[in-house]
Design a protein around this ligand. Structure first.
Ligand SMILES: [Zn+2]
Length: 461
């Protein structure tokens, strides 16, 4: 079988569960057809094969950011909120279709330059049609659908619909009404897919708006952002929203940082009783999830996506208001992995940067210096590749390097040996379905690089 593309002479980190490594791989028709030693893979080289010598370099599966506001980050980049120079939170960023297009294509270029081949766009919908940024309304959903039809997406996109404003209140009626109007049109679900619904439960620990069982230093406990006259009514409304979305067959991502919010969500998932539908609901952020809650998540099949950099950046303030022990016990992704919870790491850009390498180092620092460095590196890289594929219901065809998997790949300028060195490692190239979306040294391009599956089967004209 003559391959389109062969990488050889380097380090291939497959990031499969056994942490298999190889030196070469072959790609045909956008799929990986061989992984192994140079000699075995070279059997796939023919006159048409493009051969890439990667000696001294490494190839790993494409990065999948499970929580990245691309439409928003495209309009603010390179400014991010957790920095010395944050963008304004409620400023009009985009107004016209042209500006929205520029933001989405710009975000795609930046993401490709970081090795990102998949992401979840969390929270696009009518709730933001009149939102302050202008970036996350229904027009953005339509634009994604258009770009998918035109084969112009440089990443695979999973989108969560939002039926309230970003970081704002929502209610059951709005959700149920929204779900009735739910538009999932896509020419190719592997490239673009409306995956489910996002619901906001509470705020964030640093502003004491996480809904928590213990009291903050000022005596408050935060609250749910869901509409309702009192605490009980808000909790009931949140439970009913989660149950309604799950029973309608949607994947649900709930923004929840406080342990009290997380309890409410887990109660709702148990109540919905839809385990047999494999919907894979997940908690977004999960900052203050407790070990007991993580056990319950494992039992219920609920995932969580954490942002390591938010933990490291906000710990001093959270320590002041909730105590040092509670702060340090937060962002418990290592506990989540030990307990069998599908826990990914993500950027929440534009809150953090799209630079996942820095996030790998942040997570490593949070976990402390002790332990097997190589196993740690693999676990942290899997939190950006293999584990995110679970969120996308796509582990059978992406997330690791293996025969039959999509050729979504990142080439690094060296083979990393520990997580702490990741920020110094450069992304040399990014491939989606075996086609380059980024090469270091070349100016970012906006050419038609990514063709939908349907197109691929037609002869090039
Ligand atoms: Zn977010």
């Amino acid at each position: 079988m003559e391959a389109d593309l062969v990488f050889r002479g380097g380090t291939v980190l497959t990031l499969d569960e056994a942490d298999t490594t190889a030196t070469a791989l072959a790609v045909l028709g956008g799929r990986i057809v061989a992984v192994g030693g140079d000699a075995a893979v070279s059997a796939h080289i023919g006159p048409r094969t493009r051969v890439e010598d990667i000696s001294g370099r490494a190839v790993l599966p494409g990065i999948n950011d499970t929580h990245m506001h691309a439409a928003w980050v495209g309009a603010t980049w390179p400014m991010v909120f957790f920095s010395d120079d944050p963008p304004a939170f409620d400023q009009r960023l985009v107004s016209t279709e042209e500006e929205r297009l520029a933001a989405l294509l710009g975000a795609a270029d930046v993401a490709a330059s970081f090795g990102i081949t998949s992401y979840t766009e969390p929270g696009i919908g009518p709730g933001e049609d009149h939102g302050p940024t202008g970036a996350m309304g229904t027009a953005t959903l339509r634009l994604y659908q258009r770009l998918a039809r035109e084969g112009r997406l440089k990443q695979r996109v999973n989108l969560l619909m939002l039926f309230g404003p970003i970081d704002g209140p929502s209610n059951l009626a709005g959700l149920v009404e929204g779900l009735a109007d739910y538009d999932t049109a896509t020419p190719d679900p592997r490239r673009f897919r409306v995956a489910g619904v996002k619901i906001f439960a509470d705020g964030v620990p640093i502003t004491q708006t996480s809904w928590v069982h213990c009291h903050y230093a000022d005596g408050s406990q935060g609250r749910l952002t869901v509409e309702g006259a009192d605490e009980a009514a808000r909790a009931e409304a949140l439970r009913r929203m989660v149950v309604a979305a799950l029973r309608a067959g949607h994947q649900v991502g709930v923004h929840a940082t406080g342990d009290r919010s997380i309890d409410t969500i887990l109660d709702a998932v148990a109540e919905a009783d839809v385990r047999d539908q494999d919907l894979r609901p997940y908690v977004i952020h999960g900052d203050l999830a407790t070990p007991a809650q993580l056990d319950r998540m494992a039992e219920l099949g609920v995932g969580v996506t954490y942002q390591a950099g938010i933990g490291t950046a906000t710990e001093p303030w959270v320590s002041e208001t909730l105590g040092a022990a509670r702060a340090r016990a937060g962002w418990a992704y290592a506990e989540a992995w030990r307990r069998g919870v599908p826990a990914s790491l993500s950027s929440d850009a534009p809150f953090l940067s799209l630079d996942w390498r820095r996030e790998v180092a942040n997570a490593d620092a949070w976990m402390g210096p002790a332990g097997d460095q190589r196993a740690r590196l693999t676990q942290l890289l899997r939190a950006w590749t293999a584990i995110p594929a679970w969120f996308d219901h796509a582990e059978s065809w992406k997330g690791v390097i293996g025969v039959g998997q999509a050729a979504d790949l990142v080439v690094l300028d060296r083979a990393p040996t520990c997580a702490a060195e990741m920020p110094a490692v450069e992304v040399d190239a990014t491939y989606l379905d075996g086609l380059p979306t980024y090469r270091r040294g070349l100016a970012p391009r906006r050419a038609r690089l990514a063709r939908p599956e349907a197109d691929r089967r037609r002869p090039a004209s």
